[in-house]
Design a protein around this ligand. Structure first.
Ligand code: F6P
Ligand code: MG
Length: 453
């Protein structure tokens, strides 16, 4: 039962300024997520720890079991705070980002203008959802010797293994393509880029936070139905991406490396689709280096950490399928040569939207400014790009970015939350009339570009 929840408040209309998504509106996806999906995720995390009790005992003896008990009690308390809409509490651990989180809480307190402490349902959805994952991290990180245990690891690996057939189909297609890539003319190269962009876009359906941790792997060939799915791409700026890459290469008189950055989202099939896209960018010479940005702590169930990234490359290498392992071997080579670079930064797992990056993480902002193109994968990145607001659908993407313009950027995202900008007049309303769930079903996607001018 929600003890401190206000009476139902009618959902506000979308506006040109955007209203921040908050769980207090009962008709909102934010409310449903905080009420049902987040507690389900916490329950699964607790179950996972229970299931590993014997393993902790075998590895660490009694100390492992004690640590597991403490972590479970911390997580049960967290679930109770959430379900009873308690005020969000400051972090008490001494992890390097704790001070920034606590400053953010102070900022939320100031915003509430003396109207009570910010609580789970009364605070911005983006904030409390991120906060939950940060507290899950604290539950483990504070409890050695199980402090390095990733409670989401099994689910991510399972998604990878259950997507085997799709991965094989994609790798086989890709290796055939690479064999002849030198003979392709501009038009053909463009078509191939568009295909792999779409595979990476639809790969974003496979996230595990959306399905509250249940199976969401890619079962069929990811290339088969691309044509049929074109109508579901609500904003399709693939032509703009192509022009940018071609022009950057043409104008590159100083022969500087053309750099593309991929701000990664989920491990499993989606990560493989991103790596194939990155491989294509190098093999086609549209780019000379790709920088990948992952998460430094387990995040939103299936997001990619350094461990997931390396694990995936290793799994591919040692796979029992010729083209899969060829991909893995090449990828390992790219990393060794330094033409692929994996990076992480604390900022990606803070609650701040990207408009605050220049202030909060100027080093990261400066790094992104060195890129020729930033590809942001997934729904959470889209929410952070646009401030997680209920914008009028026709608000330009550039405006919603709120001065976040380090370099030209593009979002590849399937819709799984209440935020969408840059649509044509009437486009959103028309779909809404026949499919009320269109914004949260993952059925629609965008390839949405901003030139940063
Ligand atoms: O509510 C759906 C959700 O869990 C959102 O909270 C979040 O934006 C999204 O799924 C995560 O999706 P993605 O992995 O695409 O960022
Ligand atoms: Mg994700």
């Amino acid at each position: 039962m929600l003890l401190r929840l206000s009476p139902p408040v009618p959902d506000r209309h979308r506006s040109w300024e955007g209203v921040i998504c908050v769980g207090v509106f009962h008709s909102s996806f934010a409310y449903f997520t905080i009420k049902d999906r987040l507690p389900q995720i916490l329950t699964r995390v607790i179950d996972t720890l229970h299931r590993h009790k014997n393993e902790f005992f075998e590895e660490h003896g009694e100390k492992g079991v004690e640590a597991e008990k403490r972590a479970i009690s911390f997580l049960s308390k967290l679930r109770n705070e959430l379900q009873t809409d308690k005020p969000v509490t400051p972090l008490e651990d001494e992890l390097p980002d704790a001070a920034l989180w606590n400053q953010y809480l102070d900022y939320q307190r100031n915003l509430s203008n003396g109207n009570g402490e910010p609580s789970w349902f009364q605070s911005p959805w983006l904030y409390v959802e991120c906060y939950m994952y940060r507290r899950i991290h604290a539950a483990l990180a504070q409890n050695p010797p199980i402090d390095n245990f990733d409670v989401f690891k099994e689910g991510k690996a399972q998604n990878f293994f259950e997507s085997q057939e799709a991965i094989i189909a994609l790798c086989t297609y890709f290796q055939e393509l690479v064999k002849n890539i030198k003979d392709l003319d501009k038009k053909q190269l463009q078509e191939e880029l568009f295909k792999l962009l779409q595979v990476s876009l639809w790969g974003n359906k496979c996230d595990l936070s959306f399905s509250a941790g249940q199976d969401s792997s890619q079962k069929c060939s990811p290339l088969q139905s691309l044509e049929n799915m074109i109508p579901y791409i609500l904003v399709n700026d693939m032509e703009k991406l192509w022009s940018l890459l071609v022009n950057v290469n043409k104008r590159n008189t100083e022969k500087r490396n053309v750099r593309v950055d991929i701000i990664l989202d989920n491990a499993g099939f989606e990560l493989v689709s991103d790596l194939v896209l990155a491989d294509f960018l190098l093999s086609s010479k549209l780019a000379d280096e790709v920088h990948f940005h992952g998460k430094s702590i387990p995040w939103y169930v299936s997001d990619t950490t350094k461990h997931d990234f390396n694990w995936t490359v290793k799994q591919m290498q040692s796979a029992n399928h010729m083209w899969m392992s060829r991909c893995g071997i090449n990828w390992e080579g790219n990393l060794k040569k330094g033409v692929w670079v994996y990076c992480d930064h604390m900022f990606w797992t803070l609650p701040h939207d990207f408009a605050s990056m220049a202030d909060i993480a100027p080093d990261l902002y400066a790094d992104l400014q060195k890129s020729n193109l930033l590809l942001f994968k997934g729904d959470l990145n889209y929410r952070k790009l646009t401030g997680d607001k209920k914008w009028e659908y026709t608000v330009p993407f550039h405006q919603a970015l709120n001065k976040f313009h380090p370099s030209p950027l593009c979002s590849l995202r399937t819709l799984k939350s209440d935020t969408q900008v840059g649509l044509k007049p009437g486009q959103g309303e028309k779909i809404q009339a026949s499919e009320p769930e269109w914004m949260v079903s993952g059925k629609y996607g965008v390839v949405q570009f901003d030139a940063a001018l």
